[in-house]
Design a protein around this ligand. Structure first.
Ligand code: HEC
Ligand code: HEC
Ligand code: HEC
Ligand code: HEC
Ligand code: HEC
Length: 386
């Protein structure tokens, strides 16, 4: 009898321990599928209907959002072109969405049929339909009680899960989860830490920028990569491209984006020959001929680039692991040559005797056919061959 009781107690203790452990793990994991949020129900429905109405009281947020690509998600000429003026209805749910909280954080939103000029609007992220409220991080002051947006505090607004219904389509969240930014501690940075930098609002309150700088912003783009070009011996160069500032693969999300390592080689006779040395990109599904030769960290590849009358050069490239980072980066799309956060590509370039110097440039293109003069020049460096 006594032994049975002891056994039962032991079993209970083990079960409790296990439960505690598993729960702890779940809490540190990505919170995309959080439990249903709890809101205070309002008896009066909210009267506000459009984002324009918010401008009167939230003028700074409103103008940042107007400048952002969220507000242009429907009117964006690139999207209009590809969707044939949204004849392709599958494109509507994320580019002209109804509130995310209407469908929940793990579902694709529904499409909206009005206010096309607003794209991803204030209601998309802030409106909690069941509570008839705009949710915010707070803390809210006394004026909140009589505000027509009926604001209330909810942790949901700051969760990664809010962005996932639209952005995890191309696995941005999965990429981020594998980086050192996702590990708890001093180095932790989530989407908003980089894409919603803190700003000071009128009246001295802390706010967060709604401009969402990313692929259309030269400053954040230049912070994404580091670049090094040096001569290591006579006729032999070392080039390194690293993803030191992006919280996920570089470039991330849209398959249109490309980062290119380009070079111009200058001959003894003064002639100049330009070539692409490498391209970092998640290719379109139809680009069957593309193959990613560097499938795992440490992998290498040797190739030659013909320079016409100047001869040809040899390239030896290696995929280098993130420094001091315990996780192994797995690229979700096997043919993708994107550079995961913290990783580098190391090049040893052996020049033919006819080349006296070389210039290297790293470009970011919003689509793979974009010309150099329209692309963003991230970094450049030149070096004498001998
Ligand atoms: C699951 C949500 C979702 C759906 C569905 C969706 N998109 Fe997008 N789209 C996004 C997100 C998120 C971005 C922003 C990512 C980025 O900028 O890299 C984006 C960006 C784009 C861009 C880049 C815009 C630019 O300024 O360069 C184009 C073009 C685009 N989408 C076209 C389409 C087309 C065409 C369809 C329908 C076939 C579609 N999208 C369906 C979420 C979606
Ligand atoms: C008549 C003025 C007024 C209008 C119009 C208005 N708001 Fe508000 N809003 C307020 C006030 C006042 C607060 C409370 C601010 C505080 O407590 O410091 C607030 C708070 C908020 C918060 C919470 C901010 C936080 O710090 O967490 C959000 C989100 C919000 N509003 C969104 C909206 C949206 C979206 C619209 C348009 C659909 C809108 N508001 C329209 C006055 C307004
Ligand atoms: C309802 C869908 C949706 C939600 C929710 C959403 N986004 Fe977006 N986001 C988009 C679309 C669509 C675009 C692309 C618009 C375009 O370029 O045409 C975009 C663009 C962006 C961009 C790129 C801007 C640029 O310059 O290209 C960033 C960064 C971004 N979103 C971050 C976030 C973050 C962080 C969150 C969560 C707080 C979030 N988004 C929530 C749909 C969404
Ligand atoms: C893509 C999602 C998204 C869209 C679109 C969006 N917000 Fe926000 N908003 C957020 C997030 C996320 C926060 C703050 C999170 C935090 O502080 O952790 C926020 C914070 C705020 C705040 C309080 C902080 C501050 O900067 O003053 C206000 C007020 C606000 N939003 C109003 C609006 C209004 C008005 C619009 C439309 C003009 C809008 N938001 C559009 C996601 C969004
Ligand atoms: C450490 C900073 C950092 C973190 C954390 C981060 N990002 Fe980024 N993000 C960047 C930089 C830098 C770029 C531009 C270069 C690139 O594409 O990687 C970028 C680009 C993007 C783009 C591409 C926009 C375009 O026009 O193609 C999207 C979308 C985006 N981030 C969304 C997210 C989401 C969602 C999260 C969270 C899961 C996140 N980011 C976390 C720094 C960060």
């Amino acid at each position: 009898m006594k032994r049975w009781a002891l056994f039962l107690v032991l079993l209970l203790v083990i079960a409790a321990l296990l439960w505690h452990l598993l729960r702890g793990e779940a809490a540190t994991a990505l919170n995309t599928a959080e439990s249903a949020p709890v809101f205070e129900m309002r008896s009066t429905p909210m009267r506000l209907q459009s984002s324009d109405e918010c401008a009167a009281c939230h003028s700074e947020v409103f103008s940042e959002w107007r400048d952002s690509w969220h507000s242009k998600a429907y009117t964006d000429p690139e999207v209009q072109g590809l969707s044939r003026g949204f004849q392709d209805k599958d494109c509507l749910p994320c580019h002209l969405p109804r509130p995310v909280l209407e469908t929940g954080l793990s579902q694709r939103p529904l499409e909206r049929d009005r206010r096309h000029d607003d794209g991803v609007d204030c209601f998309t992220c802030h409106f909690a339909p069941e509570a008839a409220s705009m949710i915010g991080r707070g803390p809210l002051g006394a004026a909140a009680r009589s505000a027509p947006c009926q604001p209330q505090e909810s942790a949901v607004i700051s969760s990664l899960g809010l962005c996932a219904p639209c952005h995890n389509q191309h696995k941005v969240h999965e990429e981020w989860k594998q980086t050192s930014y996702a590990l708890p501690g001093a180095g932790f940075k989530d989407c908003n830490d980089c894409h919603m930098p803190e700003v000071l609002r009128a009246g001295g309150r802390r706010g967060r920028s709604h401009r969402y700088p990313a692929g259309h912003d030269a400053t954040i783009l230049r912070s994404a990569a580091s670049f090094k070009v040096e001569r290591i011996e006579d006729g032999v160069l070392h080039v390194r491209v690293s993803n030191t500032g992006s919280g996920h693969n570089l470039p991330t999300d849209e398959r249109h984006r490309a980062v290119d390592l380009e070079a111009t080689f200058i001959g003894v006779d003064g002639s100049r020959v330009s070539r692409r040395v490498d391209r970092y990109r998640n290719p379109y599904r139809t680009e069957f001929e593309l193959r990613n030769p560097l499938r795992s960290v440490g992998a290498t590849r040797d190739y030659e680039i013909a320079l016409g009358a100047l001869g040809s050069l040899e390239v030896h490239v290696q995929r280098v692991a993130p420094e001091g980072h315990p996780l192994q980066s797995i690229i979700a799309y096997p043919e993708s040559t994107q550079i995961p956060a913290g990783e580098a590509r190391d090049y040893r370039v052996i020049l033919p005797p006819s080349v006296v110097s070389a210039e290297f440039r790293l470009y970011y293109r919003t689509q793979p056919f974009q010309a150099d003069n329209e692309a963003v020049l991230l970094h450049e460096g030149s070096v004498h061959a001998r």
